[in-house]
Design a protein around this ligand. Structure first.
Ligand code: GDP
Length: 367
C-alpha cells in the first residue's frame, strides 16, 4: 500500500491537517513533539465517475478509492545529525512513498515557531537540506564497502553502482534532490534500490490562516512559488488552511451553502490535495461494478491486467485468463454494458493489457 507522509517542521499544522484528513480526534497541541507516533489514515479519493457508477448501479456496497497518509513527527534543523527526534524521524520518511511537505505561512504569536519567526522559504530550505543530508549519509555508507571491493576486484556492475552513487552524492552536495537527476534506465534501477528520501515525489502544502485562505492573499505565496519552481520544477504547490478545513468540516451543508454565497469561490481544497497526492504516487484505479458492489481498485500506473487482477484476489492473478474491459467514458456515453457491447466497444484483453485509469473490468480466471 503506497503511502504519503506529512513532513515539515514542528508546529506548522501537520497534526491539524492530519486530523482533518482522517476526521479523527487526535488532539493537536502547541508542543513541538506531540506527534511522535506516526499514525496512518485513509482519506477518500474524490471521483465523480465512481459516484456516477454508484448512481447507475444502486449497489449494496459503495467503496471509493483511498489515499493512505501518515503523520510524521516534526523535524528540526540538525535532524540528520541526530537532533530532536532526528534519525527516528528520518527513517519514518524512508517508509513512505511520497511526501506532503507542509510549510507554515501563518502568523500567530501564540504558536511557537521552532526557528523563532515565520519564514517559509527558510523552512523549505531547512527541511529539504535535512533530507539531502540523510541521503548523503546513507550513500556514503553504501559507498565505502563498494570502494574497498573495487580496489580488489574489477566488477562491472559494482562499478556502475559505485559511479551512480558518486553521481547522486555530487548532486546532493550541490543542493539538488536526486529525483531531478538525468538518469538512464540502468541508473534508475540503482537509484530506486538506494531508497533515498529525495527520490520521493513531493507535494508542497502551504498552510495559511483561515482569513488569508478566504481572501486568497498571503505575502509568502509568491516567494514560495518561486522557491518551488527553482528547486523542484514541475512539482505542485497547494495553498490551503488547516484551520479553515477544520471549520469547513464542522459546518452543516446549509452552513456551507451560506458561506459560499458570502465568499464566492471559497471552498474546501482537501479533495484536490488528496487527488494530487494520489497522482504524485502514480496511482490510478479501475472499477468493478455490479448490483452488489461498485468498487475502486487502486493500482500503480502502467500495471498489466494480471497484476491488477491480483489486487482483487491472488487467485485472479495466478489463474488469469483475460480481462473484459469497458472504458468509463464509453459506459458513460452509452449508458449500459449492453449498449457498449452493441457499439462494439466492449473488449477482451490478454495478459499484456495495461490497465487504464477508469477502466471498468471483469476478470476471467481459472480457479
Ligand atoms: P504540527 O506540530 O506540525 O503537527 O502542528 P499542529 O497541527 O499541532 O499545530 C500547532 C498549533 O498551530 C496548533 O495549536 C494548531 O491549532 C495551530 N495551527 C495550525 N494551523 C494554523 C493556522 O493556519 N493558523 C493558526 N493561527 N494556527 C494554526
Amino acid at each position: 500500500n503506497l503511502t504519503m507522509g506529512i513532513v515539515g517542521l514542528a508546529n506548522v499544522g501537520k497534526s491539524t491537517f492530519f486530523n482533518v484528513l482522517t476526521n479523527s480526534s487526535v488532539r493537536a497541541e502547541n508542543f513541538p513533539f506531540c506527534t511522535i507516533d506516526p499514525s496512518t489514515a485513509r482519506a477518500q479519493v474524490p471521483d465523480e465517475r465512481w459516484e456516477f457508477l454508484c448512481e447507475k448501479c444502486q449497489p449494496q456496497r459503495r467503496i471509493p478509492a483511498f489515499l493512505q497518509v501518515t503523520d510524521i513527527a516534526g523535524l528540526i534543523r540538525g535532524a540528520a545529525s541526530g537532533q530532536g527526534l532526528g534519525n527516528a524521524f528520518l527513517s519514518n520518511i524512508q517508509a513512505v512513498d511520497g511526501i506532503f511537505h507542509l510549510v507554515r505561512s501563518f502568523d500567530d504569536e501564540e504558536i511557537t515557531h521552532v526557528e523563532g519567526n515565520v519564514d517559509p522559504c527558510r523552512d523549505l530550505d531547512i527541511v529539504s537540506q535535512e533530507l539531502r543530508l540523510k541521503d548523503i549519509e546513507v550513500l556514503e555508507k553504501k559507498r565505502e564497502p563498494l570502494e574497498r571491493l573495487l580496489n580488489r576486484a574489477n566488477d562491472k556492475t559494482k562499478k556502475a553502482e559505485f559511479e551512480c552513487i558518486n553521481k547522486c552524492l555530487a548532486m546532493l552536495q550541490e543542493g539538488r534532490d536526486v529525483r531531478f537527476g538525468d538518469w538512464d534506465s540502468k541508473e534508475v534501477e540503482f537509484v530506486n534500490s538506494f531508497t533515498l528520501l529525495t527520490a520521493k515525489p513531493v507535494v508542497f502544502l502551504v498552510n495559511l490562516s483561515s482569513a488569508d485562505y478566504v481572501r486568497k492573499r498571503n505575502r509568502w505565496l509568491a516567494p514560495i512559488k518561486q522557491w518551488v519552481d527553482s528547486h523542484c520544477p514541475g512539482e505542485t504547490l497547494i495553498p490551503f488552511s488547516a484551520p479553515f478545513e477544520t471549520e469547513w468540516q464542522a459546518m452543516t451543508p446549509e452552513a456551507r451553502t451560506a458561506f459560499t454565497a458570502e465568499h464566492p469561490g471559497v471552498t474546501s481544497i482537501l479533495p484536490k490535495i488528496i487527488l494530487t497526492g494520489y497522482n504524485a504516487l502514480s496511482l490510478i484505479h479501475f472499477f468493478t461494478a455490479g448490483a452488489d458492489e461498485v468498487k475502486c481498485w487502486t493500482v500503480r500506473r502502467h500495471s498489466k491486467a494480471p497484476r491488477a487482477a491480483g489486487v482483487i484476489h491472488t487467485d485472479f492473478e495466478r489463474g488469469f485468463i483475460c480481462a473484459e474491459v469497458m472504458s468509463y467514458e464509453d459506459f458513460h456515453q452509452h449508458g449500459s454494458e449492453q449498449e457498449v457491447r452493441a457499439a462494439g466497444k466492449y473488449m477482451t484483453k490478454g495478459k499484456e493489457y495495461e490497465v487504464l485509469d477508469g477502466d471498468i473490468l471483469l476478470f476471467k480466471f481459472n480457479a
